[in-house]
Design a protein around this ligand. Structure first.
Ligand SMILES: N[C@@H](CCC(=O)N[C@@H](CS)C(=O)NCC(=O)O)C(=O)O
Length: 322
């Protein structure tokens, strides 16, 4: 794993844990342009990124939950034939996210060896961490955006011409409610599992882990009365919760010590997660073995021998009954 300074890649230490408090701090994404229907600028960044078929490409990894949100949205909005992808190998090395020369983990676009090469291909001379997902413009040869929250939103809204007959994941009437869920779920659940797993002090770990389960308990209760987070309508908030839930029992419960409960112990959250898993196209974006290979990869701090557990067996195809 490394980082980039003015377009040049440097191998180096993980610098995301605050050394004085032991708390994990995720760095903010900085490439924040938006694809729009007419190429006008979006809420941040510059314009000129018009929605077109086969113009954009996503660099992702199956195990990354942030990339998963963008893949879920690409599938729900039926954009698979319009936005191409490159999937990195589940295990990172000193080059960060890497590719094979051929096969399922190769880069069909440029034949890259590593994701950092796409960051250095952009003339902006990027400085920062090398993260997936990255949304790339094949026409202007530059990055559009490397923040999954933005990518999810633009895939929902900019491609109506190509993705007819698909749900609106961010209807204006529910915008405030969705934003409120997103905020809570991001810090306490999506990033909460990382705050627990990457904490380097007992206090930082316990704070994150207790907050995580308080929030999962509250969501479970909410789902007793509500089919989805915002009532009857499946929205962006559900899309953003799902990647954490689907990794929970095979990865976070054990690898990140989030072990007060399993997802499958929850009365409502568990069938809710299965309902989403069983929606058309969703299971194709889920790769349990790869989650294990990624989260249990060799790490001096978390898994020094790199041994991957054989279980647990979780039946996601069981009827959800919701
Ligand atoms: N804010 C980013 C975060 C993405 C992110 O942290 N991705 C992880 C993989 S799960 C990554 O690539 N980390 C590499 C690193 O930080 O060096 C987003 O949501 O798009």
């Amino acid at each position: 794993m490394g980082y980039m300074i003015k377009g040049v890649y440097h191998e180096g230490e993980d610098i995301s844990t605050n050394l004085s408090t032991g708390e994990f701090e995720r760095t903010k994404s900085t490439i924040r342009n938006w694809i729009t229907k007419d190429g006008s600028p979006g809420p941040t960044g510059v314009g000129n990124f018009t929605a077109e078929s086969d113009r954009y490409h996503l660099f992702v990894a199956w195990n990354c939950p942030w990339a998963h949100r963008t893949l879920l949205t690409r599938s729900i909005k039926k954009l698979e034939d319009h936005i191409s992808i490159s999937v990195a190998k589940p295990n990172r090395n000193e080059q960060g996210w890497i590719y094979d020369e051929k096969g399922e983990f190769s880069d069909p676009l440029y034949g890259l060896n590593a994701v950092h090469q796409i960051y250095s291909k952009d003339p902006i001379q990027y400085t920062g961490r090398i993260t997936v997902p990255v949304l790339w413009d094949k026409k202007l040869n530059c990055m559009v955006n490397n923040e999954s929250a933005d990518i999810v939103r633009m895939l929902n809204s900019a491609f109506d011409e190509f993705s007819t007959d698909t749900p609106d994941l961010y209807p204006i009437a529910l915008a405030q409610e969705i934003d409120a869920w997103n905020e809570k779920i991001y810090s306490k659940v999506n990033n909460g599992v990382y705050r627990a797993g990457f904490a380097s002090t007992q206090t930082a770990y316990e704070t994150a882990a207790f907050e995580l389960f308080e929030n999962l308990d509250a969501i479970d209760e909410h789902l007793a009365e509500n089919r989805y987070l915002c009532g009857d309508q499946f929205t962006e908030a559900d899309v953003r919760l799902f990647p954490t839930l689907v990794r929970f029992d095979v990865a976070y419960h054990y690898a990140f010590k989030c072990n007060l409960k399993k997802l499958s112990d929850y009365k409502n959250l568990w069938p809710y997660a299965r309902e989403i898993y069983q929606m058309p196209g969703i299971a194709d974006t889920v790769h349990f073995d790869i989650y294990k290979r990624g989260y249990f990869s060799k790490s001096e701090k978390r898994n020094p021998l790199g041994i991957i557990p054989i279980g647990p067996m979780v039946d996601w195809s069981k009827p959800h009954g919701r």
